[in-house]
Design a protein around this ligand. Structure first.
Ligand SMILES: CCCCCCCCCC(=O)SCCNC(=O)CCNC(=O)[C@H](O)C(C)(C)COP(=O)(O)OP(=O)(O)OC[C@H]1O[C@@H](n2cnc3c(N)ncnc32)[C@H](O)[C@@H]1OP(=O)(O)O
Length: 226
């Protein structure tokens, strides 16, 4: 069952969700970096279980869209990439530039997303690329699901370094769009650390109704506009 909020209630809730999200990201960072003794870990475990109990007093079913989200535009407050409320999002801050068919993400990746020591996990790099690839197409009016994604890892991507992740819509043919993306360090933009290319396919309206039926909402953002 959808939980409808007035715009004012949604604004208040979004602020609270973002504050909790930041507190939880700080907690996750501390959890993966701590070297406190086992008795302090046990104490933290008890506190974490208490917190889970508090938040579990009212939970959404797994397909239910959050009351702070806007399914028509596709803004997700718990997105694992940019969601202000997500404890696992880096989070990337993304600016849409539809007039340039581009979007630009800024992010600094922390210890919880480490792969090789001191480096960002390759799957996380692919996730960041996937997001700006799909988003550059969406921002230009060609929303779709990622049908294929290729990633080339050119240089190691270090933790704790401000990154710029840029996606660009290259072409559109019917329901199919092609986009390219790259990751650079903010202070060395001429060196490509990783790059990606994706085919995004907009769902036919009848297929979208089927795919998103379990949300119980009208989800328009991944559907063909044609
Ligand atoms: C503001 C917030 C922004 C948020 C951004 C969110 C980013 C998230 C992006 C994702 O991660 S999406 C999640 C991962 N992707 C999926 O779950 C997709 C799963 N796959 C499918 O649902 C279907 O395979 C798909 C919708 C992609 C295609 O099914 P269709 O039945 O619509 O395809 P169809 O066979 O009719 O082909 C339509 C066109 O797409 C092309 N196509 C289909 N699959 C392809 C493929 N794998 N590679 C390349 N092209 C492909 C196909 O050739 C054809 O081209 P043409 O129209 O030119 O003939």
């Amino acid at each position: 069952m959808a939980r409808e909020l007035t715009p004012e209630q949604r604004g208040v809730r979004r602020d609270a969700v973002a504050e909790l999200g930041q507190a939880l990201r700080d907690l996750v960072d501390a959890a993966v970096r701590t070297e406190v003794p086992p008795d302090r870990l046990a104490e933290a475990t008890r506190a974490a279980r208490d917190l889970t109990g508090l938040l579990s007093e009212d939970l959404r079913e797994v397909h239910e869209i959050a009351s702070v989200d806007d399914p028509a535009t596709g803004e997700r407050w718990y997105s694992p990439v940019y969601g202000p409320g997500s404890p696992v999002a880096p989070p990337m801050v993304v600016q849409d530039r539809p007039e340039e068919r581009r979007c630009v993400g800024r992010v600094t990746v922390g210890k919880q997303h480490e792969g090789p020591p001191g480096l960002v996990h390759g799957g996380v790099v692919a996730t960041l690329l996937d997001h700006v690839l799909a988003r550059s197409a969406r921002a230009a009016g060609h929303g779709g699901l990622t049908a294929s994604l290729t990633v080339s890892y050119r240089r190691p991507v270090h933790l704790g370094v401000p990154l710029v992740v840029t996606g660009e819509l290259v072409s559109v043919e019917g329901r199919r769009a092609t986009a390219t993306a790259r990751v650079v360090a903010e202070d060395a933009p001429e060196i490509t650390l990783a790059e990606g290319e994706a085919t995004l396919v907009a769902l036919r309206a009848d297929r979208a109704s089927e795919v998103f039926a379990r949300t119980g909402r009208d989800v328009g953002a991944w559907t063909s506009r044609g």
